[in-house]
Design a protein around this ligand. Structure first.
Ligand SMILES: Nc1ncnc2c1ncn2[C@@H]1O[C@H](COP(=O)(O)OP(=O)(O)OP(=O)(O)O)[C@@H](O)[C@H]1O
Length: 542
């Protein structure tokens, strides 16, 4: 049902067009069977008109089949496109903490596996729709042939469907378990790709990883999927058996009880035999739709619901309007906690409550031991984490959900786990192109990287060089506040010195506020302020 709602939302006009074509297709199928049955019994009513009626109906069948298939393919592909975009937008609009809680492996599993499952079900839709239309058309014909036999048939179909659905619900449970394992499997795939060096260099670790992690998880996934699809196969065979039981019932039992004519009887048997293929198509489609419904439940369990589209404002990149230049950034009683799992699990780390005030144009060093909360503070200051309690103010403006997006646009950052884009995304290249060679020169990258159009010639660089390119991107963003999270940690001593003594003061001269997370105590005196954190609390602030 959810799938159908997605489809209708994406292209309801096309779906209605396809439904009408499908219905006509079902009617023309039933009409053709009626004609064939009539011809077999040398119906006087139709006479010479029969071949023309046959030709007309055959043409209508062809056209409506083609039209319904083409329209449904179009609607299904449109729905799939919208679902992919909506899911991506949702991920972009979701709070960072929520995404960190879900984890990369689950997000990847959803974006690939779940979207794939839904895509398969959309691909199966045209045939399913057509099959349902034919079944309905044929049922209509059989109801017209003999209402009594029709009720007997509906009763048999009812028994068949409910027993099939009972089995299908069992199978769905196995598919759900297999899908849950898929998240773990993706986690192992990440280990495989990201931990490849460590796995290659240690044979024992590699063998243990394969035997104890990857293989058992892959085995459970296989086993649960296999069980699920086996139950579906049993259900499908049961469905087939019921179909023949129905034919036998109509051929050998009912005529004796009800005394129906041979025309009605042959009409029924002919139609039921004709129905076998569409029925089979419906039965074959059900596992695909079950898998898709498991996938959609998974997507919804991540609270990345597909029901509504995120506000455009949450995605806009031109949202700096509305925030006037400010003089003071304040954190008033701000706290943030991490939990060992979900929100109901015990707290493992708490930052704050913090009461801090920063003036525009200052260089602020944020220092402290590993795990003291520096990066967490940076995520709070930049608006990536919403404070659990307390508030952030820009002068008198309180930052809340209405202006948080605009607030975030104040910051250009290079986090320690930053992502390097291979092109100037969202930056208007024309007026930047002149500045880039100059920056590349200053960052001593000009011998390695050039800008080709809006794309860097390469991002296959050393870690230190990648960070310099990250810095260049941050320069080009030209935002009021810069945040560098251990930026200099990968730089050689010469360039590190250049960064602290030259680049930071230059940014300050341009009126920028700069937060520098650093362990380089040799340079701490270059800052206007120093905030030292210890286990999430401010130990020193001056
Ligand atoms: N996504 C997360 N989920 C749960 N706990 C986290 C998460 N990120 C950080 N933590 C915990 O919060 C604490 C502070 O982490 P944070 O990264 O802010 O420290 P840091 O001062 O930047 O450390 P470092 O100098 O090592 O980079 C750590 O103990 C860490 O285990």
């Amino acid at each position: 049902m959810k799938l159908f709602r997605i489809l209708l939302r994406a292209a309801w006009k096309t779906v209605i067009g396809a439904a009408i074509a499908g219905l006509l297709n079902g009617i023309s199928t039933a009409g053709l069977i009626a004609l064939i049955n009539g011809a077999l019994h040398h119906s006087q009513v139709l006479g010479a008109f029969l071949p023309w009626a046959f030709l007309g109906l055959a043409l209508l069948l062809l056209l409506t089949h083609f039209a319904s298939q083409v329209l449904l393919v179009r609607a299904a592909q449109q729905a799939l496109l919208e679902m992919r975009l909506l899911l991506s937008r949702r991920i972009l609009a979701s709070p960072l903490r929520q995404l960190e809680g879900i984890g990369t492996a689950q997000l990847l599993a959803t974006l690939t596996d779940d979207v794939d499952a839904v895509s398969r079900s959309f691909s199966a839709l045209p045939n399913l729709f057509n099959a349902i239309a034919i079944v309905l058309g044929c049922l209509l014909y059989m109801g017209w042939l003999s209402p009594i036999l029709f009720f007997a048939l509906v009763a048999l179909i009812g028994i068949g469907t409910s027993s099939y659905l009972f089995l299908a619900s069992k199978a769905r449970r196995f598919l759900k378990r297999a899908r849950d394992e898929q998240d773990h499997l993706f986690q192992h795939f990440r280990t495989l790709t990201e931990g490849n060096k460590e796995l290659k260099l240690n044979q024992n670790r590699r063998v243990a990883f394969i035997n104890e992690d990857l293989q058992p998880t892959a085995e459970i996934t296989r086993q649960q999927n296999q069980l699920g699809f086996t139950v579906f196969a049993i259900a499908a065979s049961w469905g087939q058996l019921l179909l023949f039981v129905t034919i036998g019932f109509f051929l050998f039992t009912l005529p004796h009880i009800l005394g129906v004519s041979s025309t009605v009887l042959s009409g029924y048997v002919l139609t039921i035999i004709y129905l076998m293929l569409p029925m089979q198509q419906v039965i074959d489609a059900i596992p695909i739709f079950s898998r898709a419904s498991v996938a959609l439940s998974k997507v919804e369990s991540l609270q990345l619901t597909l029901a509504d589209s995120p506000q455009d404002s949450q995605l806009s990149t031109h949202e700096t309007d509305g925030l006037k230049p400010w003089q003071k950034l304040q954190l008033v009683g701000v706290t943030h906690s991490y939990h060992s799992g979900g929100a109901e699990q015990p707290i493992t780390f708490t930052l704050g409550p913090l009461y801090l005030e920063f003036a525009a144009g200052e260089i602020i060093f944020i220092v402290g031991g590993n795990g003291s909360g520096k990066s967490t503070l940076a995520k709070i200051i930049t608006g990536l984490y919403v404070p659990e309690s307390g508030d952030i103010f820009l002068d008198a403006l309180k930052i809340d959900d209405r202006n948080r997006e605009a607030y975030r646009q104040q910051f250009a950052t290079v986090f320690s786990d930053f992502y390097l884009f291979d092109r100037l995304l969202g930056l208007e290249p024309s007026h930047l192109v002149e500045q880039v060679p100059q920056y590349l020169e200053r960052l001593r990258l000009s011998h390695k990287v050039t800008l080709q159009g809006d794309r860097f010639s390469t991002t296959n660089l050393s870690q230190g060089e990648r960070k310099r390119l990250g810095l260049l991107t941050a320069y080009l963003e030209d935002r009021p506040v810069y945040v560098f999270d251990e930026w200099a940690a990968d730089q050689d001593p010469l360039f590190r010195d250049f960064f602290y003594r030259k680049l930071l003061p230059e940014l300050k001269e341009r009126g920028k506020t700069i937060f520098v997370i650093s362990h380089d105590d040799r340079y701490f005196d270059l800052g206007d302020r120093l905030i030292k954190l210890d286990y999430g609390q401010v130990a020193v602030a001056h």
